[in-house]
Ligand binder design. Sequence first.
Ligand SMILES: [Fe+2]
Ligand SMILES: [Fe+2]
Length: 283
Amino acid sequence: MAPFIGSREHKELLCKFFVETHDPYKPAELAWPKLDEDARKRLASLPIWEEAVRTEADTALAVITMGQAEKDPMLSEAISLQGYEEQRHAEILKLLTQKYGIPVPEFTAHRPPDPDWAFMRIGYGECFDSFFAFGLFALARDSGFFPPELVTMFEPVMAEEGRHIIFHVNWVAYNQAQLPYATKPAYVFRRGLAMWLQMVSRFKTALRVKGKNDRAQDNFTMSAHKSFGDISPREFVELCLAENAKRLKPYDKRLLRPEFVPAVAKAVLKTLPKKPVAEAVAA
Ligand SMILES: [Fe+2]
Ligand SMILES: [Fe+2]
């Protein structure tokens, strides 16, 4: 029997899953909760807004460009819909910063010269970011850091990022399987390079901030859990793994799930102390 991954059925299932699970909400219709001054200040103090607004705007334009460049009509429709969802994330963030008086400098997104390469890099970046974002979101929800109405409003954004990373790993696997044998190694290299560059960029920002704490914003993915209460690195990684599994579970079992970041996280978990260091020493 021919393998499912890379088949026409695989592509059809991937596009069908993506289009059918799209949530047609409109950012302008969202009911923004009224925040008291303390809650507003807590929200505004998170060092993420400038980076988040920029990332979503750049991502939206890159994914829309890829949707236009894709020759396969079915894939083009799904990728364009993903571009629309990213555009919506950018719009929601803009509305949020306006609504709650969070100053963010004006930013113009840039169209990528090579949409396929940009889309591949974005996908790997999202696999990394979403893994931590799912854990952070659960922390924010359960710690009461944000009012529950605001958390509920962002639930669809989290669900969308889960669908995006499933789309990404399947899109890469489908394209790779489609290639003639001779060109496969080049694609595997391109894919590995995209993944590597995204990882390097995440670690670079983390190290830069560790050395010089003047761009706290860049370090959000790595250290934001501390903003939401007292949680050990081990508990945080465990939470990210559990949230990641929960978010990616509801979709068709035949579709691939991102495996690399959870596997690295599981390996890291083995090196982390079971109890916070201070407690372990006192015991
Ligand atoms: Fe997004
Ligand atoms: Fe996304």
